[in-house]
Ligand binder design. Structure first.
Ligand SMILES: Nc1ncnc2c1ncn2[C@@H]1O[C@H](COP(=O)(O)OP(=O)(O)OP(=O)(O)O)[C@@H](O)[C@H]1O
Ligand SMILES: [Mg+2]
Length: 252
C-alpha cells in the first residue's frame, strides 16, 4: 500500500503538490496521469525519500520514507523518469552492485538476474558499458534493476517511454503479474490508451491536485467521456484552453 495524506510540496513559489490525498492499493495496477509539471514525478520520488513533503504524510507499507528512506527503498522498486545509471559500468556490474546493496545473493541473485535479462532481452547488453547502450536498452536496465530485489511496491516513472513493442508487452504482463500477487503497482504515463489498457485504477493530477480517481470506466462515466483521453482532457480543463488557443491561431 502506498498512501498520501494531504501532501503538499513547494519549490519556491511553485506548488508541485497541493493537498494530495490518495491511496494506491495492492493487488491492482495503478496509473498516474497528468499534464507535464502536474507533480507525478514529485509524488513518486517521495515514496523513496528523494523528496520530502513540506506537510502531510506519505507511507509505504506503513513506513515513512522521509524518516526512514533505507527501509522504504527495501520495500519499493523505483525506476526514475530520467535514466540515471553509472555510464562507465556494465549492466552486469550494476546488477551485482544493486544486488549486494539489497542483500540479493547466491542462487536468488543468479535466478532473478537471469529471468530479468531474458525477459527484457538484455543478453547482448550485459557486457557493454551503460554509456554505449541505446535509450530503450538503458530503460530496460533501469526497470530490471528496480525489480531485482523483488520489491513489494513497484513504482515506475514513465517506464514505457522508449521501449520497443516487445519490451512494452512484457512490461504490461509483468505489471499485471505483480498486481495479481498482491503487490502495489504504480506507473506514470502520457499514453492514455496504455493506461486504459493496463490500469485497473487511474489517478489524474493537475497542478499538484488530484482531479480524478477511479477505474477507467468510472472516470469515463463520471465525466461523460467516450474514452480516457476525453475524460483526461475534461478533468484537466485542457480541452477548453486548447480550443481557445486554436481559435486564436486560426481566427475562427
Ligand atoms: N527540483 C526541483 N526544483 C524546482 N522545481 C521543481 C523541481 N522538481 C520539480 N519541480 C517543479 O514541480 C512541478 C512538478 O514537477 P514534476 O516533475 O513532479 O511533474 P511531472 O508531472 O512529473 O511532469 P512531466 O510529465 O513533465 O514528467 C513542476 O512545476 C516542476 O517545474
Ligand atoms: Mg515526471
Amino acid at each position: 500500500m502506498l498512501s498520501y495524506l494531504d501532501v503538499t510540496k513547494l519549490y519556491g513559489e511553485v506548488k508541485a503538490l497541493d493537498g494530495v490525498t490518495v491511496e494506491f492499493r495492492p493487488g491492482v495496477v495503478n496509473a498516474l496521469l497528468g499534464p507535464n509539471g502536474s507533480g507525478k514525478s514529485t509524488m513518486m520520488k517521495m515514496a523513496v525519500g528523494l523528496v520530502r513533503p513540506d506537510s502531510g504524510q506519505v507511507r509505504v507499507n506503513g513506513v515513512d520514507p522521509a524518516r526512514d528512506p533505507l527501509a522504504a527503498r527495501r520495500i519499493v522498486g523505483y525506476s526514475p523518469e530520467e535514466i540515471v545509471l553509472y555510464e562507465s559500468l556494465t549492466p552486469a556490474e550494476l546488477f551485482s552492485f544493486v544486488g549486494s546493496i539489497y542483500g540479493v545473493r547466491g542462487d536468488a541473485f543468479g535466478e532473478r538476474t537471469n529471468v530479468l535479462i531474458r525477459l527484457f532481452r538484455l543478453e547482448e547488453c550485459m557486457g557493454k558499458l551503460i554509456g554505449e547502450l541505446s535509450h530503450g536498452n538503458r530503460r530496460k536496465v533501469s526497470i530490471a534493476l528496480a525489480l531485482l530485489h523483488d520489491p513489494e511496491v513497484i513504482i515506475l516513472d514513465e517506464p514505457f517511454s522508449g521501449l520497443d513493442p516487445q519490451a512494452g508487452k512484457i512490461l504490461k504482463e509483468l505489471l499485471r503479474k505483480y498486481a495479481s500477487e498482491g503487490r502495489t503497482v504504480l506507473f506514470s504515463t502520457h499514453v492514455l490508451e496504455l493506461a486504459e489498457a493496463v490500469a485497473d485504477r487511474v489517478t489524474i493530477l493537475h497542478r499538484g491536485r488530484v482531479v480524478g480517481f477511479g477505474t477507467p470506466s468510472d472516470l469515463k462515466e463520471r465525466l461523460a467521456a467516450a474514452d480516457l483521453e476525453t475524460a483526461f482532457l475534461k478533468a484537466t480543463g485542457l480541452s477548453e484552453e486548447v480550443r481557445g488557443l486554436l481559435e486564436t491561431l486560426w481566427g475562427s
